[in-house]
Design a protein around this ligand. Structure first.
Ligand SMILES: [Zn+2]
Length: 294
């Protein structure tokens, strides 16, 4: 089976979980000349005037009291993520999806940025204790928030989403979300619910959105999707029926396409009037995986 490497999934960092409790280790890593700082502003990444988004530690001098999270280390650098409330001079901000699409950065660097975005998105939206409402304090190198009143510890959360390659023999099901760009079709997807297995979530979403009964479900690959905190779980669902019954509140259309049509679409054929998911979407990886299966 070929290796599937979705965008944002190739983060090389050692996250140094065992050092998070030590303020000394945190400061030592932070003050090292090997420190690289990612700046986060209103869910966006900051770029300097040379389109660089990994700043040297000197930038920290301007933001001494700001939220700083230890991301981890690779063989060269110590990486941190810093929340800033204004954009520094001569800099600009960019959405990580737009940055990824420009292909300026390696997949490893995009993985590190996804980690930064995900953890800071959580901090920004979880400033108060969910038990008692008190303001929480940053702890554990930025990987926990502690409540000073009721002592509850809060950890960054991830919201799992199942995204499905649904097949019936040589046919594959694609759907159009109600907010998709014109002509775009993709794999069906949906948030998992509490107390639900991945397999059940996939079958439930498939039946709710398209009226198709799902049979065997197998895992293919996953993708961190920090917009704001999802994990895309890519699965293969073998459909037990082909007759569509679409819920138009969820999707505007769905259709079965033959493997040869999927191949043509992935090769850029526009004659079907359908556009396929962007390179950074795991849906595209799933389709590419399927057309390469015997
Ligand atoms: Zn509390």
């Amino acid at each position: 089976m070929q290796t599937i490497l979705p965008y944002f999934s190739q983060n090389p960092l050692d996250r140094l979980e065992h050092k998070r409790a030590s303020k000394e280790s945190f400061n030592e890593l932070k003050n090292s000349p090997q420190s690289k700082i990612i700046l986060y502003y209103e869910t966006q990444i900051i770029l300097d005037d040379k389109c660089n988004c990994f700043f040297s530690k000197e930038i920290l001098g301007f933001y001494e009291d700001n939220l700083l999270v230890l991301l981890g280390v690779d063989s060269e650098f110590n990486y941190f993520a810093l929340h800033v409330k204004e954009i520094p001079q001569n800099c600009s901000s960019i959405n990580l999806r737009d940055l990824a699409e420009e292909d300026l950065l390696s997949q490893e660097k995009l993985g590190i940025l996804a980690q930064a975005l995900s953890v800071l998105n959580w901090h920004i939206s979880h400033g108060h204790c969910s038990s008692c409402g008190e303001k929480t304090l940053v702890a554990h190198a930025g990987w926990r928030r502690d409540c000073p009143a009721c002592k509850k510890e809060h950890f960054p959360r991830t919201d799992p989403v199942v995204i499905m390659l649904v097949t019936y023999g040589e046919y594959c099901l694609l759907g159009r979300g109600v907010n998709f760009p014109p002509h775009r079709y993709s794999c069906l997807a949906g948030y998992m619910e509490g107390g639900e297995s991945i397999e059940d979530a996939a079958r439930r979403e498939l039946f709710e959105e398209a009226g198709i009964k799902g049979g065997e479900v197998s895992y293919i690959a996953s993708q961190p999707w920090p917009f704001p905190a999802s994990l895309m779980i890519g699965v293969h669902v073998k459909a037990l029926s082909r007759e569509l019954c679409i819920d138009t509140n969820e999707i505007s259309d769905a259709k079965w396409l033959h493997k040869n049509e999927i191949k043509a679409l992935l090769d850029g054929d526009e004659s079907l009037g359908i556009s396929t998911p962007r390179s950074m979407a795991i849906a595209r990886n799933l389709l590419e995986w399927w057309v390469l299966q015997g």
